[in-house]
Ligand binder design. Structure first.
Ligand SMILES: [Zn+2]
Length: 445
């Protein structure tokens, strides 16, 4: 199997290739990278994946990520040899992705205005650190280990730092978390502290913290685990894999995600491109990205709300100058991303180009919802006995909005991803104390 996997620049005009051990997150011209596989996994693996749900004592079968290991075999190992798996694959005792699958949630379906049979919501908050990040962190830390890294590095104010800290602690490696000094409520970092990560405060904003974390990783033997890392994208492919497997590999009409740094839709797009190329699926589901109104970079650019030009992947020739002018415009006007859903409070989505590629392949769309709508979405999920964070509420109200606009049809099958668990205790408390909120159940006295 040696030589089956390598890295390749996503820009078709550049396309530089690197060996799989390469640790920079960009090609030498600054473009993002993809993990590429030469072999074509046989659809007969579907049967093996199904059988592994009876784990027979193997944590790599129990894991919702490594159960699909043949479809992300960048370690190029014999995946049936459990000893070899444990030498390479990083897993939190099989817990990543283990509890994630699509569920029907009837109260959410009623609220959205779709039949309960046609709506599936997949909570990724039941991952060990509480968000979808564990899917991609298991694979990124596997690659870090493969390349001999002693320290992983990220810029994060929440879920990424929790996931990175957790895996680092479990693997006995160091973890540095870069944050903008004085701008982050300490509570958001409580998991990173708990897992023994080193917090590094940087003067400036989040973009400055990310830049310094990337510089420090490059210059001081650190390994970057933000979603610009192509191995993060590999693990996150298992989110749509689990949804599709649950639907017997019958593709739904829509896959709906909240939009932040756009790593999730990038990985969903890559998963669908590969499955289609390998002949595993015929139909290609459409991806819908739901931005917050206060952090709507993708939706603005994709829908032509800036300079009247609709930004597209354009077969590998996206108008990157339009993106630069948009960012200059944000800077000049002092516009900063602003939403209470901090998980998607991102003005410069690091994976925007991969995201555009995913939207082109899937005939996807992007739209926005307000903070108060997201809170309703989050709350109606809660009334079904599932716990999700505010950003995940965007998925629910995004589907509702797209149905009311006639873009999603009422008889379409829709899978929505709920990205994380509630980590800000006061958000639901404040919501329910205000009787004007749609689903509020205020305290009695
Ligand atoms: Zn390149």
């Amino acid at each position: 199997m040696q030589g089956n996997a390598h890295l390749k620049c996503i820009n078709p005009q550049c396309g530089i290739e690197y060996p799989i051990e390469y640790t920079s997150v960009q090609c030498e011209k600054g473009h993002l990278l993809d993990v590429k596989y030469k072999n074509k996994p046989s659809p007969e693996l579907k049967e093996i994946f199904y059988k592994r749900r009876n784990s027979e004592g193997s944590i790599f079968n129990e894991s919702g990520v490594w159960r699909f290991r043949e479809l992300l075999n960048f370690c190029q190992i014999d995946t049936e040899d459990i000893k070899e798996c444990s030498k390479y694959l990083v897993s939190l005792d099989g817990a990543e992705g283990r509890q994630s699958k699509p569920y029907h949630m009837s109260k959410a379906a009623d609220f959205i205005g779709i039949s309960n049979e046609n709506l599936w919501l997949q909570p990724e908050g039941y991952n060990p650190s509480g968000s979808f990040k564990d899917n991609g962190m298991a694979t990124a830390v596997t690659h870090a280990k493969m390349t001999g890294a002693k320290k992983i590095v990220c810029a994060s104010t929440g879920n990424t730092s929790a996931s990175a800290g957790m895996f680092a602690a479990n693997e006995g490696i160091k973890c540095d978390v870069y944050i903008p000094a004085g701008q982050i409520a300490p509570g958001k970092l409580s998991q990173a502290y708990q897992f023994g990560a080193q917090i590094v405060e940087v003067n400036g904003n989040f973009d400055d913290a990310l830049k310094q974390s990337l510089d420090d990783a490059q210059n001081h033997d650190g390994y970057t685990v933000n979603s610009v890392n192509p191995f993060r994208i590999e693990g996150q492919k298992t989110i749509p894999f689990r949804a599709l497997e649950y639907l017997n590999w019958e593709a739904p009409d829509w896959l709906v995600y909240p939009g932040g740094a756009l790593g999730n839709i990038s990985s969903c797009g890559k998963a669908l491109m590969e499955l289609h190329e390998w002949g595993w699926i015929k139909k290609i589901p459409r991806i819908a990205v739901i931005n917050s109104e206060g952090a709507s970079t993708l939706s603005d650019l994709y829908n032509g709300k800036f300079e009247n030009e609709k930004l597209r992947w354009n077969d590998g020739n996206p108008n990157t100058e339009l993106i630069s002018r948009y960012y200059d415009h944000l800077d000049k006007e002092g516009l900063r991303p602003k939403t209470k859903a901090t998980a998607i409070q991102i003005g410069r989505p690091a994976n925007i180009l991969k995201g555009l590629r995913a939207l082109e392949f899937t005939n996807g769309i992007a739209t926005t919802v307000s903070d108060s709508e997201m809170l309703d979405g989050m709350s109606v999920v809660g009334l079904n006995g599932f716990d999700c964070e505010m950003a995940s509420g965007a998925t629910v109200v995004g589907i509702k909005k797209l149905i009311s606009e006639g873009i999603i049809k009422k008889d379409d099958v829709v899978v929505g991803i709920l990205t994380g668990r509630q980590k800000d205790a006061m958000i639901p408390v404040d919501y329910h104390r205000n009787s004007e909120n749609k689903f509020a159940i205020p305290p009695k006295n």
